[in-house]
Design a protein around this ligand. Structure first.
Ligand SMILES: C[S@@+](CC[C@H](N)C(=O)[O-])C[C@H]1O[C@@H](n2cnc3c(N)ncnc32)[C@H](O)[C@@H]1O
Length: 395
C-alpha cells in the first residue's frame, strides 16, 4: 500500500476511535488503543455497501480497484456494517455490478456495536475469550490486540470466510486459535474461558457455551427469532450448566446462526372457514412496534407473519407457526378494531394478549426490562426478575 494511503488509514482510524468514544460506545483506553491500532481495511479488501435506493434492496461492491483508494478507505473506517458474503457462496469480486435478491451471510459488523459488545464483555488482562463468528477477523484482531493471541479462540462455520480471516489476521501479525466448525459446539480445547462472545444471533443459548465458560464468567450474545432480533444479553455462568442475566440492549441485530435460519416454507395458509374468530383490540402493529414486537417474538418463537390482499379484496395479516401449524389471521373491522381468527394447537393471539396484559401491568418496559435464565432443562425469558412472568425460548 502506498505510504500516503497508509497514513490516511491511520488518520481515519483515529477519527473512528474519536467518533466511537464521543458516542460512548468506546469507554476504556485499552479498547480505544485497539481501535486506533487494528487496520480494519486489511480485513476488508473488498466488501459491499447497502444502496439506499427505494424499492429492492441492493448492495454495491467497493474495493480499491472499483473506486478510488481514498473512498474505499473512508468507507472501511466508517461506522457501518460491510458485507463480505451473500447466500453462503463465494462472490465474483471482479464484477463491479450491484448485488440484489440476496441475503448477507458474512460481514464486518458496524464498529460501534463491535466495541460496545467488547466493553460489555468486561475483560481484564490475562483473561481468555471464546469468540463465535470470526467473520472477517476484525473483532478477533481487536481481541488479540487487547489480550494477546494466546488468549483468543475464534470459531467460524464457513471454511471460505475462515480462510480469508486467517490470512488477514496473519498479515497483521495476529495468530489466535482459529477453529472452523459450527460454533454452537464452542471449542473445548482451552476451555473454560473467562469470557464468551457471539457475533451472530442465536435462538437459544447453546449449552456448550455455558459449559465452556468458567463459573462467574460472562457470555455476551444476541438472541434472535425468525421475526426479529430480541437484543443483546449478558449472562453470568454459574458452573452447573446454568447462566442468567439481563438484556442489555434492544437494538442489536445480527445475522442468525446458519444452522438456525428460518425454514423457507412459512407454512400452510389457513382456509377462510378454518379457526374461530373473535374481536381483538390489537392489530398487526403489535408485531411491528419495537417493544411490543419484542414481546410477540418471545411469546411466539416459531411464528412469522405477512400481510396480503386476498381474492375478496380484503387485506389480512397471517401469523403462522412453522412448527405446529397454529395460526392467527387479523382483519380490520369496518368501524375500527380488529377481528382475529385462530386455529391449531396454540391460540397464538390469546397467548400474545395475555403477555401484553402482563407487560402493560409491568409498565411496558423495553427489552432491557427482561432477562434470561438458562438451566440444563430449560431456557426462559423473564419479565422484571427471574421470578417474574416467563416464556420458554425455542429448543
Ligand atoms: C456478523 S459476521 C461476524 C463479524 C465479525 N466478528 C467481524 O468482526 O467481522 C457473523 C459470522 O458468523 C458466522 N456464523 C454463522 N453461524 C455460525 C455458526 N453456527 N458457527 C460459527 N460461525 C457462524 C457467519 O459465517 C459470519 O461470518
Amino acid at each position: 500500500m502506498p505510504p500516503d494511503d497508509l497514513s490516511m488509514a491511520a488518520e481515519l482510524r483515529q477519527r473512528l476511535a474519536a467518533q466511537l468514544a464521543a458516542g460512548d460506545w468506546l469507554r476504556s483506553p485499552e479498547w480505544r488503543a485497539a481501535v486506533e491500532s487494528v487496520p480494519r481495511h486489511e480485513f476488508l479488501p473488498r466488501f459491499y455497501v447497502e444502496l439506499l435506493d427505494p424499492g429492492v434492496t441492493a448492495w454495491a461492491p467497493i474495493s480499491p480497484e472499483i473506486v478510488q483508494p481514498a473512498e474505499w478507505l473512508a468507507i472501511a473506517y466508517s461506522d457501518q456494517t460491510l458485507v463480505t458474503q451473500f447466500d453462503e457462496r463465494p462472490l465474483d469480486w471482479s464484477s463491479s455490478e450491484p448485488v440484489s435478491n440476496a441475503s448477507p451471510t458474512s460481514s464486518s459488523t458496524l464498529p460501534s456495536l463491535v466495541v460496545r459488545m467488547l466493553e460489555d464483555l468486561d475483560v481484564h488482562d490475562g483473561m481468555t475469550v471464546l469468540e463465535l463468528g470470526t467473520g472477517t477477523g476484525y473483532s478477533t484482531a481487536l481481541l488479540c490486540h487487547r489480550l494477546g493471541d494466546r488468549h483468543v479462540t475464534s470459531v467460524e462455520t464457513d471454511a471460505d470466510v475462515a480462510r480469508r480471516a486467517r490470512n488477514a489476521l496473519a498479515s497483521c501479525g495476529y495468530y489466535p486459535r482459529l477453529v472452523t466448525e459450527d460454533g454452537r459446539h464452542g471449542y473445548v480445547g482451552p476451555a473454560p474461558y473467562d469470557r464468551t462472545i457471539a457475533t451472530y444471533g442465536v435462538r437459544n443459548v447453546p449449552p456448550a457455551w455455558i459449559a465452556q465458560t468458567r463459573p462467574d464468567g460472562l457470555i455476551v450474545t444476541t438472541l434472535r427469532g425468525w421475526m426479529r432480533s430480541l437484543g443483546l444479553v449478558r449472562l453470568t455462568a454459574s458452573g452447573d450448566g446454568r447462566a442468567e442475566g439481563p438484556f442489555i440492549a434492544a437494538d442489536t441485530s445480527f445475522m442468525i446462526a446458519r444452522q438456525q435460519a428460518a425454514p423457507s416454507n412459512m407454512g400452510v395458509i389457513p382456509a377462510p372457514d378454518e379457526g374461530k374468530a373473535r374481536e381483538t383490540p390489537y392489530g398487526p402493529e403489535l408485531l411491528t412496534m419495537p417493544d411490543s414486537g419484542f414481546v410477540a417474538q418471545v411469546v411466539m418463537p416459531n411464528a412469522r407473519y405477512f400481510t396480503m390482499r386476498d381474492d375478496d379484496g380484503t387485506e389480512r395479516t397471517y401469523v403462522l407457526d412453522t412448527e405446529n401449524d397454529s395460526f392467527a389471521v387479523l382483519t380490520a373491522q369496518a368501524g375500527g378494531g380488529w377481528t382475529v381468527r385462530q386455529g391449531g394447537p396454540h391460540a397464538l393471539w390469546d397467548d400474545l394478549e395475555k403477555a401484553m396484559a402482563l407487560w402493560h401491568a409491568a409498565g411496558s418496559p423495553p427489552a432491557t426490562g427482561f432477562g434470561v435464565t438458562v438451566t440444563p432443562d430449560r431456557q426462559q425469558v423473564w419479565l422484571g426478575s427471574p421470578d417474574g412472568p416467563s416464556w420458554a425460548l425455542p429448543r
